[in-house]
Design a protein around this ligand. Structure first.
Ligand SMILES: Nc1ncnc2c1ncn2[C@@H]1O[C@H](COP(=O)(O)OP(=O)(O)O)[C@@H](O)[C@H]1O
Ligand SMILES: [Mg+2]
Length: 214
């Protein structure tokens, strides 16, 4: 069984918080878990991440898309595939759904263009998530959380600094992907709730989808 779970949603929705909690929980249950993220969790990807997000350059939307896809292919081949082959759970902070929401939909590159979606599939190198957790939260609440996080000293990325209208388009695109997801791969979490409540929702989905107990 493929044990890749991706964590998706707008910045500030709680992906990283919940990913950490899931990994702790699965490890407590005795499972092997690899946690990872996009973009930038390979040596080459780290360079791509800095090109994309440090803010020194502003890529045109086409370049932005291609760099995210380059990072993904490297990440899948170098990290995700070997980890899945070893039998571990792989928890990945962002994956193709983010690229679709940010680089295709929000940048208006053509969210319905079939050939661009084929490029997303190409970059995945055959690796699809078994489950995607979408943390659904209103953009204004996500922005409040981001502000708090910034006050605590975490640096914003070039994409974090986009206008609210951009984040609204991202949010709408995630909702559309959820509504269109006939296979049920994407599970919606009500991420406006408190952290413990969201964690319970996540555990319930994992128990139900993968037959985990405890
Ligand atoms: N359910 C929640 N309720 C309130 N604050 C939260 C919740 N989940 C996360 N946070 C806080 O909001 C900020 C963003 O959360 P984070 O997990 O970093 O989001 P993401 O990785 O999706 O950008 C952090 O400061 C985190 O502590
Ligand atoms: Mg995060």
């Amino acid at each position: 069984m493929n044990k890749l779970i991706t964590f998706e949603g707008v910045d500030g929705c709680g992906k990283s918080t919940q990913l950490k909690r899931v990994s702790d929980w699965l490890r407590d249950l005795g499972h092997d878990v690899i946690t990872t993220f996009e973009p930038g969790d390979t040596p080459l990807g780290k360079e791509i991440r800095s090109l994309l997000l440090a803010g020194d350059f502003v890529p045109v939307p086409e370049t932005e898309l291609l760099l995210f896809l380059a990072d993904r292919a490297q990440h899948v081949r170098e990290v995700i595939q070997p980890a899945l082959a070893s039998g571990a759970w792989v928890l990945c902070d962002r994956y193709s759904d983010s690229t679709l929401a940010y680089q295709l939909a929000a940048r208006k590159l053509g969210d319905s263009a079939a050939n661009l979606k084929e490029m997303l599939v190409f970059a995945e190198c055959g690796v699809r998530p078994a489950l995607t957790l979408w943390f659904d939260v209103p953009v204004d609440e996500a922005m409040r959380r981001m502000m708090k996080r910034a006050e605590a000293g975490e640096k914003a990325t070039r994409l974090d600094d986009e206008a609210e209208s951009f984040h609204e388009r991202v949010s709408f695109a995630f909702k559309q992907q959820f509504d269109d997801n006939a296979s049920g791969r994407i599970a919606r979490m009500d991420a406006a709730q408190g952290m413990d409540d969201v964690e319970k929702q996540v555990r319930d989905v994992l128990k139900q989808r993968f037959g985990l107990s405890a």
